[in-house]
Design a protein around this ligand. Structure first.
Ligand code: MF3
Ligand code: CO
Length: 275
């Protein structure tokens, strides 16, 4: 899905517009997450999200992407990514990944969160928490590392060092560069490969988005040509942030606080994009 191989380096002014898009996206996702309750349809989550983005006068990047029909992806239980909102009603115990994006003055943001509806299986809660923390390890590696491969190494190491039932890291779908388009070079793998990948440089913006599963990492696409499910029916989870490396440090574009609350304990201090 990535059309070109050249990495787009943004100046601080461009990154500040991306931060505007990111902040709006964070608020729209807040609203969608808050709406996830037993009996709510996934279409209703889509509408709640779209109301926030419309009110700000921003545009969408998912809608119309290779013909994609909705504003967000909602992936429930064994659905890994690209679940299409519809009449499906959420039920107590569902694990729901909500992935959204928006565009402000031509600059893209992309972010995903997972929520468990009501009282869930503790193993699903653990799946979501390990995925979330793995994402933050990846973000910290983007701040501290020298090559994009350091991100996948950090995510992989964190997931493998967990006690308890092993969790699988999906390999069929990966993170990506982001900027004037939603999907750009480079690919951001969520696992260790032995390749260092592109050099990390100021002006890079990446969507870091680990997807973890409780069973096999094998997936297939449903007849709707979008929804990706695990072939063994095991539950899956995704967290994603768009993150910028700028002249003075990193800033998590899709977090209200630039990632400070999660990154400070990992020894990384996010720096606002300079004016
Ligand atoms: N955030 C999703 C990804 O990076 C984008 C989905 S685009 C859509 O894969 F068209 F599928 F919605
Ligand atoms: Co993405």
């Amino acid at each position: 899905m990535i059309g070109q191989r050249k990495i787009e380096y943004k100046n601080n002014g461009q990154l500040r517009i991306m931060a505007e898009a990111g902040l709006l996206l964070s608020r729209a996702l807040d609203a969608a997450v808050a709406a996830a309750a037993p009996g709510t349809t996934t279409d209703e989550l889509d509408a709640v999200f779209a109301d926030v983005v419309d009110a700000a006068g921003a545009q969408y990047n998912f809608l119309g992407y290779y013909g994609y029909p909705k504003h967000i992806c909602v992936s429930v239980n064994d659905e890994v990514v690209h679940g299409i909102p519809g009449p499906r009603k959420l039920r107590e115990g569902d694990i729901v990944s909500i992935d959204g994006g928006c565009v402000v003055r031509g600059w893209n943001a992309d972010s995903a969160r997972t929520v468990i509806v009501g009282e869930g299986d503790p193993e699903d809660a653990r799946l979501s928490e390990v995925t979330r923390q793995a994402m933050w390890r990846g973000v910290a590696a983007f701040a501290r590392g020298t090559h994009v491969g350091d991100i996948g190494d950090a995510i992989d190491d964190f997931v493998s060092e967990q006690d308890g039932a092993p969790l699988g890291i999906l390999e069929d779908y990966v993170g990506h560069g982001i900027g004037s388009q939603m999907h750009m070079a480079p690919d951001v793998l969520n696992y260790r490969t032995g390749h260092r990948g592109a050099k990390i440089k100021p002006g890079m913006a990446l969507a870091i988005e680990p997807m973890l599963v409780r069973g096999s990492i094998e997936t297939r696409v449903l007849d709707d040509e979008w929804t990706v499910v695990t072939t063994d029916g095991s539950r899956s989870c995704q967290w994603e942030h768009s993150v910028a490396r700028h002249s003075d440090g990193i800033w998590v574009l899709t977090a209200e606080d630039g990632g400070a609350s999660e990154l400070l304990p990992l020894g990384v201090t996010p720096v606002p994009i300079p004016a």
